[in-house]
Design a protein around this ligand. Structure first.
Ligand SMILES: *Cc1c(COP(=O)(O)O)cnc(C)c1O
Length: 402
């Protein structure tokens, strides 16, 4: 079975984990500061502040910008659904802007259609590492005197005209989850050019306790999960877990289990900072070139009725995942893929139609994206042999499903 995702594990991670519980609070604080400086430099902004998660960073940004109950926030109609309750929990009204299903990103036009008298900010995402029209959206927001917040959870390393994603809006959030480019087994970063916002966020974070053990425990769980995925028993388990009618339920359970270990009110730990510093180097452009080349090969080799995401319209993408649209029955596609030993992620396992979640029926781009999205396995450590095997299976599937 070729699994849909794998987490790159390094022995250095374990060595750091063993060291972590013995590090003093002061030493941990220094490590976090060093990580924050390196991250700020990579994104080209003066301030990077490590947080408990990407969504924690979003909450801090919304609070820091002074959004309050009744304010409207334009959000992507196709993105991570868990961000919606976080926004609504503050009484802020999310208003979805439709996406272009070929890139999965919202456009300046779709954002413009959602700006009204109560709009306080625009929350944009560079989905799956593809830069959105950030310049167009920032110009539009400027004209209306509202802030832009960039979701760079997938876009570490992406750039527009040589300028990193995350440096365009008033603030940006990054995720350091195990599946993201800079994986510190949880955590996030708030990046900003705004001195006042950075200072206010530091004040908000000052009371948080820095604990080394929870992220270490989470990493050990991930190691166990990863070993399970690499075992032969996984093929059987995956068939049970991801059979089309159970998949949604399993995905929800998985996400909930993750929420439980995430821990929203903790400070970023010294252990995570050490990992993060190492992963920053790993994520450097040179190391990702291989993934980009594999991405291009896979995109070129897709059989008919598969349409790869368009990534390069507005800048240089960063690799995150390979997602295509399948113009056919994706349930049947997944079942057939399973039989051939290929584990695809489909529908809501890729991203969510937040417009539908919020009861908006006027975002056809998001509905199309959610109905057709297929995640095809491509990740660090995938051999070229496995990639060719994946392509061969996809071609066979396309013929079978004619
Ligand atoms: C992962 C992710 C986030 C938030 O990251 P967490 O660290 O999991 O809170 C935000 N937006 C998108 C699109 C994501 O995929």
């Amino acid at each position: 079975m070729i699994p849909r995702r794998r987490i790159p594990l390094e022995w250095g991670d374990l060595a750091d984990a063993l060291r972590a519980p013995w590090v003093s609070t002061d030493a941990a604080a220094l490590q976090v500061a060093a990580f924050e400086r390196a991250f700020a430099e990579a994104v080209g902004v003066p301030h990077a502040i490590a947080t408990a998660s990407g969504r924690d960073a979003l909450g801090l940004i919304l609070d820091g910008l002074g959004l309050v109950a009744g304010d409207e926030l334009v959000i992507p109609a196709y993105t991570l659904g868990e961000l919606v309750p976080l926004i609504r929990g503050r009484g802020i009204v999310p208003v979805p802007a439709d996406v272009d299903p070929s890139s999965f990103n919202m456009t300046a036009g779709s954002v413009a259609a959602r700006i009204g008298p109560r709009t306080r900010a625009v929350f944009v995402v560079h989905l799956l590492g593809a830069p959105c029209d950030i310049r167009g959206i920032c110009a539009l927001a400027d004209a209306h005197g509202i802030a832009v917040v960039e979701d760079c959870a997938h876009a570490f390393g992406a750039s527009v005209d040589g300028r990193p994603a995350g440096s365009f809006g008033r603030a940006a959030l990054f995720s350091l989850e195990a599946t993201k480019a800079v994986a510190a087994f949880g955590g996030g970063v708030m990046a900003t050019t705004d001195e006042g916002l950075a200072a206010a966020t530091r004040v908000r974070l000052a009371g948080r306790e820095r604990r080394e053990w929870p992220p270490v425990r989470k990493m050990l769980l991930k190691f166990a999960e990863e070993l399970a995925v690499r075992s032969p028993a996984y093929a059987i388990a995956a068939r049970l877990m991801f059979s089309s009618h159970r998949a949604g339920g399993f995905d929800r359970l998985y996400r909930r289990a993750h929420d439980r270990v995430r821990g929203t009110a903790a400070a970023f730990s010294g252990f995570q900072a050490r990992l993060g510093l190492r992963k920053l180097e790993r994520a450097a452009a040179a190391r990702r070139r291989r993934l980009d080349a594999q991405w291009e090969l896979l995109a070129r080799s897709l059989p008919p009725r598969f349409v790869a995401q368009r990534r390069g319209d507005f800048g240089e993408p960063a690799f995150y995942n390979f997602v295509a649209r399948f113009l056919g029955d994706i349930g049947a596609l997944r079942a057939a893929a399973q039989r051939h030993g290929l584990d695809l992620g489909i529908g809501a396992e890729v991203m969510d139609d937040t417009a539908a979640m919020l009861g908006f029926a006027d975002c056809p781009g998001a509905a199309t994206a959610a109905a057709q999205a297929v995640l095809i396995p491509l990740y660090e450590g995938l051999s070229d042999r496995r990639l060719r095997q994946t392509i061969a299976i996809l071609r066979r599937l396309a013929e079978e499903l004619e």
